[in-house]
Write a protein that binds this ligand. Structure first.
Ligand code: NAD
Length: 257
């Protein structure tokens, strides 16, 4: 069952004896899969999410429906920056920090403040708490290929100097650098993983594969034609279309999609 921050933390004080993990952004696309996998392995998981409205929160509740009642799972419904981390981190070995404001386009303009808050400030709060966490073995920070920006080549080596080309990439790179700073100064054990586009069930509805697949199954398939008419997008989504439709569709130029 969902608990308020205060209830969950009070349970922690008297509660679990064995070690566990925290998954931030647990109700999101990647966080929900990760938590489910950990629970399947018999691990205890505390999930934190504030169910923001970047996309429909009902989808997020659906993401965690499979395991919300799992005996090894606790949900803290709230903002990372409001959690009493020092209490919560007792008996926690790993923090999988997945929570963020994702999405490149919305990071321009007025949206930027949300990105700095959820990506930089929230990460700093966790890192600060981690300094004194006795049981903590590792923080795994979900970074992004967006930090490469113009530096991206294929294959992309992590030794490339990052050159983000979006405000989103800038905030994730800043959070990565904070991770490094806390490791360098205080020995906080952090690993940053730079995910490239992740797709699959529960994918965020603002992401291309999700939009594309949803429109694909609509009877009047104008969206498919609009997208596939662009040669760049055609190449990029060819693999996805091949899986969905076996390459049976043709775009306006008569190319197989
Ligand atoms: N999906 C991808 O292809 C992809 C690619 C590169 C990097 N990433 C990174 O992976 C992580 C997960 O991405 P996703 O696609 O699952 O996103 P998502 O939006 O589905 O999940 C993020 C979750 O974090 C929660 N959240 C955000 N800020 C919070 C806060 N301050 N307190 C509590 N909860 C908060 C949101 O409510 C949401 O449920 C993100 O850090 C993202 O930057 C994702």
């Amino acid at each position: 069952m969902a608990k308020t921050i205060e209830q969950a933390q009070s349970d922690k004080r008297t509660g679990w004896k064995s070690m566990g993990s925290i998954v931030t952004g647990v109700a999101g696309f990647i966080g929900s899969h990760l938590a489910e996998a950990l629970l399947d392995r018999g691990e205890r998981v505390i999930g934190i999410d504030h169910f923001n409205s970047y996309y429909d929160p009902m989808l997020k509740y659906r993401n965690i429906a499979n395991f919300i009642h799992h005996p090894l799972f606790e949900l803290i419904e709230g903002d990372i920056q409001r959690v009493n981390w020092s209490t919560l981190l007792h008996g926690i070995e790993v923090i999988y920090h997945q929570a963020a404001q994702a999405g490149v386009r919305a990071s321009w303009g007025e949206g930027f403040r949300t990105y700095t808050d959820r990506n930089i400030n929230a990460t700093q709060v966790i890192l600060e708490a981690a300094r004194d966490a006795q049981d903590l073995q590792r923080i795994v920070f979900a970074s992004t290929s967006s930090v490469y920006g113009n530096a991206e080549t294929l294959p992309t080596y992590e030794t490339l100097p990052p050159e983000p080309v979006s405000p989103y990439g800038i905030t994730k790179l800043a959070a990565e650098r904070l991770c490094w700073l806390y490791h360098h100064n205080f020995g906080v054990p952090v690993t940053a993983l730079r995910y490239f586009t992740v797709y699959g069930p529960r994918q965020r509805p603002d992401m291309a594969f999700h939009k594309f697949s949803r429109r694909y199954y609509k009877p009047a398939n104008s969206y498919l034609w609009r997208w596939s008419a662009n040669a760049g997008l055609y190449l990029r989504y060819r693999c996805c279309c091949g899986k969905l439709g076996g390459g049976n569709h043709r775009n306006r130029r008569g190319r197989s999609v």
